[in-house]
Every structure is written in structure tokens, then in C-alpha cells.
Design a protein around this ligand. Sequence first.
Ligand code: NAD
Ligand code: AKB
Length: 317
Amino acid sequence: MQEKILVVGSSGQIGTELITELRKIYGSSNVVASDLRKPDFFELDGPFEELDILNPQRFHEIVKAHGITQVYLLAALLSATAEKNPKFAWQLNMDSLFLVLDAAKEGLIKKVYWPSSIAVFGPTTPRVLTPQYTVMEPNTIYGISKQAGERYCEYYHQKYGVDVRSLRYPGLIGYKSAPGGGTTDYSVHIYHEALKKGTYECFLSENTTLPMLYMPDALKATIGIMESEAAKVKIRSSYNLAGMSFSPKEIAAEIAKHIPGFTITYKPDSRQQIADSWPQSINDDEARAHWGWKPGYDLSAMTADMLTHLKAALQSS
Ligand code: NAD
Ligand code: AKB
């Protein structure tokens, strides 16, 4: 049977890239992009539907009109933006998940992807090589919504047999799309500013180490878990996922190897407190053992690739 995929929140940092990858696999006409707005930076070569995921009627209309079998739910408010509007963040992050899980429970769709985050961990979690199962007391509204979302995903799988799959992404870094309101966003901005100005003012302090993942690895993991046999996906809350860990000082030193004279200054803001509550590194043994996850990029390989692509994009613009 031909899969028909709906990506909700397709114009964001992950969505813009995921759409391209999914269309390579399933064919452009079988992957429907949907968001409040069309993406800013590239033309979509396939169907796009305007959708506010807080409008259930419109969601059901799109699912029926396209015969959707799988939904990737990416719409959310991220950590920094959510702190500015906690009630709305809770409404968007939770109501969208209930809507999609219920559609699967009712048999309208067959499979759901929903990303969680390292934000499910909090200040009482062991911060180094944080294990899959550990203390989870998040103290941001974003983290609380992700943790509650994980519990709902597992509940819907156990009670109703819903085939929902999830990854706890670390900070994601890519050259094709801009990040949207997270605490790890500096790790994308720094490459752009390094090439444009040779200097960057960082909103986190120099030794704030956080787990990160290069976008090609994030896409590989996302499609990898969705294409795994159901029996291999033994965890239905969300899987720990690791790529690399570094601090602003370390990424700046790596960039300086390619751009001699590059400088970084530090002006921590409210995002520092969020970063301080998150792990420094993640243990992802379960993802590796259950469905064969393995990252391809470390800090040095990612930096070389990011700078090559961003330089080419700057020269052609
Ligand atoms: P983003 O902010 O870049 O994109 C989110 C998209 O959702 C935007 O295009 C936005 O317009 C859309 N959206 C917002 N409200 C909507 C609504 N009511 N209806 C339809 N669309 C709506 O976020 P992202 O970085 O692409 O993240 C996607 C998912 O991955 C989120 O659940 C996020 O929590 C998770 N995640 C991201 C990262 C990361 O580093 N980017 C890390 C961990 C988890
Ligand atoms: C954020 O910083 O909010 C995201 C995340 C790690 O969930 N990048």
C-alpha cells in the first residue's frame, strides 16, 4: 500500500529538510507539507496545505482529502519561546499531540512521529551520559510538555496499540534552515556570523556544554526509526539520541581552524538558566541496540561541512 505522509510544521528548521528527504523516498506527491505559512527559503516541489494544527476540523479534512497514512507532528513552541508564553506553549504542544494520537487511535492514520527533546531532563538529572531511564524533573514549560507528551505516547501505544515513534533530539544544527526559538540555536547562528562578520556574541557562557546533532544525522535517525520494524521499536515514550557534545568555547575553536582570527564574546541571557538545567551528554545505547542508530558526524566533520555549504550559499546570493 502506498504511504501518504503529512508533515505538520513543515516550514520550520526540521520540517524544511525532512520534507525533501521524505519526498526522495516516497515521491513528491505522496508527502504533504503543512504549516501556518509556506517556507521562506525554498520552493516546495509538492503539495502544501495551510493548516493551524489547533483546528481539528481542518486537520481531519486534510487527512481525508489526501488519504494520509502517517503524520510527522513537528509544530511546537521551543524552549525559549515557550517560556515567554507558557499557557499557549502548553496548549499548542499538547493539543496537537492529542489530536494526532486520537486520529491514530480511531484508525484514521496508521503511524505517528512526534519528537521529544533533551528538555525532558532537568536539574536533578545526572548530567553526564544521561541514561534512557533516570530522574526526570524538567523545570521549563517546554520540557514539561515534552515529558507529558512522552507519557501520552506510551499510554496510547499500550492502551490502544497506536504505532507512535519518538526521539529525544538534542540541539539540531543545519545549514539549510533557521532554528526557531530554542536554547541551542547559538550553535547554528555562530556559523553564519563567523562567515559574515568573523565574530559572534554568544547568549550562553563559554563552558556551557550541551548535546547536539548535525541535521543529516537527525534526518537519518527520524526516517530510520519510522522505517524500522514495529517490533524493534521497544520504547514508545521516546529514545535518547546522541551525536556530539560541545561548549561555545569548543565550537569557536573548531571554527577558528577554518576562519583564522574568528573571535567569540559571551553575553549570557535567560537561555543560560535553561541550558544549565539540561544534560551535557547523552547515553543512547537503547537506540543503537534496538534499531541500529549510529551517528555519522562529530564536531570537526560537522564544522567542515557546515562552512563549506554556507560559504557556497553566501557566494551565490
Ligand atoms: P521550528 O520552530 O523551526 O518549526 C516549527 C514549525 O511549526 C514552524 O514552521 C511553525 O510555523 C509551525 N507551527 C507553529 N504553530 C503551528 C500551528 N498551530 N499549526 C501548524 N504549524 C505550526 O521547530 P523545529 O526546530 O523544526 O522543531 C520541530 C520539532 O522538533 C518540535 O517539536 C521541537 O520541539 C522538536 N525539537 C527540535 C529541536 C531542535 O534543535 N530544532 C530539538 C529537540 C526537539
Ligand atoms: C531547544 O533548544 O529548545 C531545542 C531543544 C533541544 O529541544 N533545540
